[in-house]
Structures are given as structure tokens and as C-alpha cells.
Ligand binder design. Structure first.
Ligand code: PLP
Length: 386
């Protein structure tokens, strides 16, 4: 029917279609469609069965998610990637798609509390056994069993900011025939690319440095094409897809990732050096830090934008947080602004007091994620707050 002949309500529903143009937008459009029209039944059948690649229904994938996937896969040096609604949904898709009943996982104990809780509380419900051990090659090797299918750790640990010897851990896993899953959220591909060291899957919370502006929520898995194909099938069943707007925001952040991570890392280094004259600081850039040598060997020319320090107890931590103005208390990291969190009451609140004690998360521990500000302003604030 000609548009000019449509009645008012029909015209309002069907709108007008955009004209093709020889020019193209330099920023990707946000595709909010949740469903796509198929020209006939043959196409619908072929697309639904996966024989013909085309957009179909948003839960199965959409243009903004795909752009993010292709970009992050390229940055990590992986064959393909899957974008999910959050880092947590990416973790769930990873463990559920890669492991089966009766499998055993060796996980570092110094990981994000949400991942710890997912493995510890939900793993057994799926019939998956998990051993949490210190993130050291010897401890991981000792925990291996005949049914160990995977080893999981973070390139920079949470919240004590250690850099494990990832290459040795990957070597141990390969010898044992176990897959290696690495959460690269803190390091980002700017500082570490675990797939190039032989890891099988890299996990990201895109909510953090990739997005970088405190407005997007997403998660990514990067790995071999076959792994991503299986993971995508599960993600479709679970309804774990990222939203187009969050994918768009994350991708927009990724464009300045390298600039932000380099600047924020330089700021973290200055802040860590300053704090180390007053309190106990965990930062691999400090020459006396236990991870300094490994970080120098593994990370790409900087030590990251994460540090933590111990004020000794709950009362001192409370006073410090209260005294800060610029540096806000948030349950996250990786923002353009410097932020802080209290791991015992936030990222690691999922753990029992005994579990927190085991991973070294005390009541006086503050974790800082430096931003891209002029660091002198942050130093002044911390000097006052201390
Ligand atoms: N991995 C790490 C290292 C994190 O810090 C977080 C969240 O803080 C996650 C994964 C989970 O990501 P999300 O909050 O996007 O679900």
C-alpha cells in the first residue's frame, strides 16, 4: 500500500522508511529492534535454523552486540567473542557451557566475590566440584585431580592486586589437559592478552575498564570459534544477551581504552608510591611488592590502575571514606574518575568472615581504582583524609 494512502493510525504504526545514502554515519547507529521482519517463510525457516546468517530476534544477537564482540575479540587476539548482559552472566555462560556434571575446577581463591560465590554456591548444584586455592602455580598443581577440566584465575587478583605467574599456570594446565579461563577485567588487553599465552577463554566485565564511564553494563567471553558457538547457544537459552545500548556504550568506551588505562596506570603508580610512605599498600608497580617481578615480565609496560591499602581496621576505614570528596565510594571500578570500595563489605561481602580471612580481606582494606584526573588533586585529597 502506498504510504500516502494509509489511514492515520496505520501511518503512525508503520512510519516511513529511511532513504539509503551514499554516506555513512561515523558512529554506529543503535539498533533497538527486538525483532526483525523476514521476507518469506523460506528465509524465516533458514534463519531460525541457523543455516542463513541474519538478524532474527534480539536475544539471538544484534548489530551492536556483534560490533562489540568483533572489536574485543580482535583486541584480545581471539577467534570470536560473545557479549553478555554483565560480567556475571558471562561467567555463568562460561562455566555452564564448558563444564558438565562430575567435572572439577581449580579456581584461585583471590577472585571477584561474585565469581567466587557463583562457583562455590551454584557449582555444586550443577554437579561441578570446585577447589579454591591460592593463586600460585604450586598450589594449583597440587589441587589437580584426574577429573580437573579447568583452571580459573584473574590476571590481576582481587582485592590484593597480585599478578600471578600466568604463563607457568597455563603450562601446568596444558600438561594436565585442563582448559584455562582467565578473567582479564583488571588488566584489560592493553596490559595483558592471556589468549596469546595459551589461555582458552578470556572473561571480561565490560562494566569496568572497557566501558570506562560508569554507565554501561556488559560482559564478554573471548576464545575459539567453536567454544563461542557453544557458549552463544546457552546464552540464547538463558536470555543472557547484552542490550544494544549497553553494547554501544561499552564499544564507545573501548575506543579510548588504551589512553585511559595508560593514564590511570600512571596515576595509580604515583598514588601507590605516595601511600606506601604512610600505610601498607598492595601495588605491583612498587619495587618491594611481591608481584613486582612477575608484573614487569608479564604486563605490557605498566602495572594497572588498581591498588589497595590497609588502614588497620573498620573505624579507620570509615573515617577515611567520610573524609573524601572527589573519590567516591562505589561497588565497581574502571571509571574515568578515581573511585574506591571496601572489599569486606562490598565485592567480598558474599564470603563468610572465615573465607574473607583466608583470602586476606580485612575490615581496614580500601581498594582504589584510579581514573584519568590530574593525580595531584587525588594526592591532596588522600593526604587530607589520612
Ligand atoms: N570480574 C571482575 C574482576 C569484577 O570485578 C566483576 C564485578 O565487579 C565481575 C567480574 C562481574 O562483572 P559485572 O558486575 O559486570 O557482572
Amino acid at each position: 500500500m502506498k504510504e500516502a494512502l494509509m489511514r492515520l493510525s496505520t501511518r503512525a504504526v508503520h512510519g516511513v522508511h529511511p532513504q539509503p545514502s551514499v554516506t555513512e554515519p561515523i558512529a554506529p547507529p543503535i539498533s533497538v529492534a527486538s525483532v526483525y521482519a523476514h521476507p518469506d517463510l523460506d528465509v524465516l525457516e533458514a534463519v531460525a535454523a541457523g543455516r542463513r546468517p541474519a538478524w532474527h530476534y534480539r536475544r539471538y544477537g544484534h548489530p551492536n552486540g556483534r560490533l562489540l564482540e568483533e572489536t574485543v575479540a580482535a583486541l584480545e587476539g581471539g577467534e570470536d567473542a560473545l557479549a553478555c548482559a554483565s560480567g556475571q552472566s558471562a561467567s555463568l555462560v562460561l562455566f555452564w557451557s564448558a563444564l558438565a556434571k562430575g567435572d572439577h575446577v581449580v579456581s584461585a581463591q583471590e577472585i571477584y566475590g561474585g565469581t567466587y560465590s557463583l562457583l562455590d554456591r551454584q557449582g555444586p548444584r550443577l554437579g561441578i566440584e570446585v577447589s579454591f586455592v591460592p593463586c600460585e602455580p604450586e598450589a594449583i598443581e597440587r589441587a589437580l585431580r584426574p577429573n580437573t577440566r579447568a583452571i580459573f584465575f584473574e590476571t590481576i587478583t582481587n582485592p590484593l592486586i597480585r599478578v600471578p605467574d600466568a604463563k607457568r599456570i597455563i603450562g601446568i594446565a596444558k600438561k594436565a589437559g585442563a582448559a584455562v579461563f582467565v578473567d582479564n577485567t583488571f588488566a584489560t588487553p592493553v596490559l595483558a592478552r592471556p589468549l596469546l599465552w595459551g589461555a582458552d577463554v578470556v572473561l571480561h566485565s565490560g562494566t569496568k575498564f572497557l566501558g570506562g564511564h560508569g554507565d554501561a553494563m556488559s560482559g564478554l567471553l573471548v576464545g575459539k570459534r567453536e567454544f563461542v558457538r557453544r557458549a552463544r547457544k546457552l546464552a540464547v537459552s538463558l536470555g543472557a544477551a547484552v542490550s544494544p545500548f549497553d553494547a554501544w556504550l561499552t564499544l564507545r568506551g573501548v575506543r579510548t581504552l588504551s589512553l585511559r588505562v595508560r593514564r590511570a596506570s600512571a596515576n595509580a603508580h604515583r598514588l601507590a608510591a605516595f601511600l606506601s610512605r604512610k600505610v601498607r599498600v598492595h601495588y605491583p608497580g612498587l619495587p618491594r611488592d611481591p608481584s613486582h617481578q612477575v608484573a614487569e615480565d608479564l604486563l605490557n609496560g605498566a602495572y594497572g590502575a588498581m591498588l589497595s591499602f590497609d588502614l588497620g581496621g573498620w573505624a579507620a576505614a570509615k573515617r577515611f571514606v567520610k573524609a573524601c570528596r572527589l573519590v567516591r565510594l562505589v561497588p565497581s571500578l574502571g571509571d574515568v574518575a578515581t573511585t574506591m570500595t571496601h572489599p569486606a563489605r562490598c565485592s567480598h561481602a558474599y564470603l563468610t568472615p572465615e573465607e574473607r580471612r583466608r583470602v586476606g580481606v580485612g575490615e581496614g582494606l580500601i581498594r582504589v581504582s584510579t581514573g584519568v584526573e590530574d593525580i595531584e588533586d587525588i594526592l591532596e585529597e588522600f593526604r587530607r583524609a589520612l
